[in-house]
Write a protein that binds this ligand. Sequence first.
Ligand SMILES: Cc1cc2nc3c(=O)[nH]c(=O)nc-3n(C[C@H](O)[C@H](O)[C@H](O)COP(=O)(O)OP(=O)(O)OC[C@H]3O[C@@H](n4cnc5c(N)ncnc54)[C@H](O)[C@@H]3O)c2cc1C
Length: 524
Amino acid sequence: MVAIGQPGSCRTRRCASLLLLTAASAREWCRPGAPCWPSVDELRGICATPGCRVLLPEDDEFANASVLRDTQWTFTPGLIVQVASVEDVQRAVRFAAAKSVEPRVFNTGHCYDGHCSGDGVLRVDVGALNATEWVTSGDTFRIGSGCRWGDVYGWLGNSSGHRRCCVGGGDPSVGVTGWTLGGGHGPMTRAFGIGVQQVLSFEVVDAAGAVKTASATSEPELFWALRGGGGGTFGIVTSFTLRSHPDTAVHYAAATANMSLGLYADFAARRALLDGVGDWLAAILDPTSGDASISGTVELDHGARHQLVLKLLVRGGDAASASRRVAGLAKLVARNPAVARLDEFASYDSFGQYAASIPSKPPGAPETSASALLAPGAVAASVAAIVEGVEQLFAAASHGTEFQCTADMVGGAALAALDDAASVHDAWRATALVMACSAYGWAEGGRDAAAAALNAWSARALAPLSRVGARNQSAYVNEAQTDGFDVPWSELFWGSRYGRLLDVKRSVDPGGFWRCPNCVGSEL
Ligand SMILES: Cc1cc2nc3c(=O)[nH]c(=O)nc-3n(C[C@H](O)[C@H](O)[C@H](O)COP(=O)(O)OP(=O)(O)OC[C@H]3O[C@@H](n4cnc5c(N)ncnc54)[C@H](O)[C@@H]3O)c2cc1C
């Protein structure tokens, strides 16, 4: 739940000034305009290395640089430090601590929850820390925390002599660090697990400005917390080392079903198609008898495109063998020729080649999200529930709000092998689909109504699905806002891991230097 009064939860300037009063009870921060605010010379002196830049509100580029991808957030940072080296990060952290200026960490600005910026903060922008290098030949590699997955896929694909791929995000524009710190799922998750299972070590700058290595043998508790405890909470990651995997050819095809009820004989006919899709998905996602070479995404858009789309990626073999693997779905499509179609598979020599063809979702719309981790037992019912639920939302929507649900296929033996060495919610181990539903595109004043409708529906429809086979409801910290849920955010995101995460937070950041709403320790 984002309560009014938590720093960073506000979307207006007036709200921001009110928050200063309440935030002060946690730690006193100096804000722009106050006598304690550092001089321009002091601010411009933060950088140490060529390429590092300090942007202040009076600079031409400041306004553009302040914009987040999700335009519901309209923060004005006190300053932005675009770091170019680890030393710049250390200096920015020490400066923020010495001058009591609240720090925030920013990579790409994809944060749905607005945590990567704030009003009056010192925003440390790591985007230029984007180096990539092999650590061991063709096996493990190190990436700077400012990389985006598109850069990494491109680099891996062009690394001559190495035929390797990695687990990364489904959209090339997503940043590697926020994605990894919250868990991280993507097209290779069914084969190799989630992001936190790939990391061997992090380099991180702590609240005192010291550089630490967190790994299984160095700072192991911090390493555990960074593997799922969320971004902006335990320090600034500057680079990390992770596993690569053997690459293969991949084959992509989309199956599309028009959802307009008028095209079906009746409601039951459409429900039969949706149940058929649900049963097919449940079979391929079955942890023991499923087919982990198939991954992909189920998307339902309402509004301009009222259709269900299964974006399917098959690893290995050729296009003909990929078609055979989805024969069950092809039969279903063939039984519904007026509404459904399955495209021919397009083949790519490598995952990198395929990834270069993935379009990025365009930025610039306000968006609010709800999420659920769905166990295999919930898959068969989920497709019809989602389609019908989003239609109910759309029917009741106002202010031009549209809704979209995306379910990413993640379950398989690799994810089932997730152990206690990562701090993500333990429901991940038995997750088949990661569901993320968004409201977006509302007109002026429609945000709260859109979020309330989405969350009321999520609590009614997604929460029971999320509880199937599990004691508690769970959600993915990177793809959810939690306004309006009756389950506390700490439980939704981390379940039984939360107590240990809080212990690590107290130990590595006793002064509450890194804070964001609904992040580990934000209630301290
Ligand atoms: C279009 C789109 C597609 C997406 N697709 C996927 C997907 O396929 N799979 C998936 O798992 N998620 C996906 N996400 C969600 C994504 O994981 C989150 O938005 C994630 O937070 C993005 O992280 P980022 O590195 O881009 O950083 P930002 O958005 O800039 O920051 C995110 C969080 O990480 C913190 N952070 C950033 N850099 C650092 C650092 N160096 N050290 C410490 N903390 C840091 C920030 O303070 C903030 O709390 C998607 C999001 C969008 C908008």
